[in-house]
Design a protein around this ligand. Sequence first.
Ligand SMILES: Cc1cc2nc3c(=O)[nH]c(=O)nc-3n(C[C@H](O)[C@H](O)[C@H](O)COP(=O)(O)OP(=O)(O)OC[C@H]3O[C@@H](n4cnc5c(N)ncnc54)[C@H](O)[C@@H]3O)c2cc1C
Length: 443
Amino acid sequence: MNINGLEKTKTFSFDRSHSAKVLFKRPDKFREIEDLSKHNRTLINTGSNLSYSPLGFYKDSISVKLKKFNRIIDFNLKKKEITVESGITLSQLLNFTLLYDLWIPQLPGYPFITIGGAIASDAHGKSCALHGTIKNSIKEMTIFHIKNGWLSLSEKENKEIYNLTIGGIGLTGTIVNVTLKLEEFKNKNFITYKTKVNSVNECISEITKKSKEKDSFVYSWNMAENLKSLGKGFVFQNKINDDNVENFKFIPEEKKNKFLPFLPIWNKLTLKTANWIFYYLNNSSNHFQEDDFTSVIFPFYGKEAYFKFFGKKGFYESQLLISENTIEDFFDEFKFIYKKFNPTISLFSVKNMRGTQEFLRFEGNKICVTFDFINNKKNILFMSELDKICVKLKIIPSIIKDSRLSKKIVEQCYPEYSRFRDLINNYDKKRIYKSEISQRLEI
Ligand SMILES: Cc1cc2nc3c(=O)[nH]c(=O)nc-3n(C[C@H](O)[C@H](O)[C@H](O)COP(=O)(O)OP(=O)(O)OC[C@H]3O[C@@H](n4cnc5c(N)ncnc54)[C@H](O)[C@@H]3O)c2cc1C
């Protein structure tokens, strides 16, 4: 439906836990972004709307969709810098920079995510133990705020707004363009090594050891179907393959399986079967294999069926940052509530993370643990018990991934929640930029 140049569409969060009929505006001129004030409504920015949480829409806001702002504005090979519009996707960006053996290493795992969305969520990639989050690759940005106008942001200019914008979940205005600091990246092929682990403890010590090695991306895949096999699995290590100098293949700019239907296939039994098949296939194959760029950096590309198999009800993800000295306590408490609720977990994975936690950013020198759950009552109860463990052990749960988190939990887990809220309220006195999540978290 079209209303005054706005498109009304029912939209969902990526985990499908939230939906709303939302008014979208797809500007392709600066003036159209400036003109949004005439609608007299609250706004929120949207990239590809691939966030698990409802960060890019709200029933009463206009979603400003930046997909047409996807141009490369400037490229300086000597300085290794590129200026792009924020709606450019990761694949569009990399298909240009990799031709010059350059990239940014903090790449979230799906090629159609936009640079604006990655910055506003302070995204990280597989190599986060080495490269931290995308914050480390930003030089400067230009944003437009409906009341505060055009602003240039960097460490030197408007530093406070710059800091609020990175991981600022779209609340400081529209990031229109950004200059990124590129890094050299010559060889675009990888070798993936795997090591079998039999328990959570073994997995964590293997990851900690391997993450210290130069130029390698380390993460795990673990079983969680019952307490007996919890943590059994493999630690994977991607290393650059210096022996394979084959030209790099372009990264797909469109989905492979566009029309996959939602099929509610995942349940305890099917997950158990799928996980054991995966386990035995890995156990019986070589301990290393050659991999190309897309399969290592964008592991979910071509595997969209995993998400569709949760059916229309979708799923929940819990991603947690846990300090090394509380990880054992965490898993003790985790096992205790597991016994009580017997949750259905479809994914359990561990990696290391590097950075300094500030505002609502998911960062820190900690261990990053991820679980996916089928969306059902028992699992939601289990997750609310997990919330209590997070508060008790000072664990940071991801707002970007877990669409269920309440204000109470976020306030208790993020030491800088109030500072972020107050600074946003001071900067945007009329609180024009609002999403479903900002409303729930009372920011
Ligand atoms: C399959 C899959 C794998 C993923 N893997 C990872 C991963 O490995 N690591 C990781 O960190 N994340 C990961 N993510 C999460 C993803 O990186 C973030 O949710 C990201 O924000 C999505 O980008 P988007 O372009 O879809 O933005 P949207 O979902 O549309 O928006 C996300 C946020 O950014 C804001 N925003 C978007 N564009 C702008 C703009 N131009 N100006 C101001 N604000 C803006 C929105 O208001 C919103 O708050 C993954 C997501 C998926 C679906």
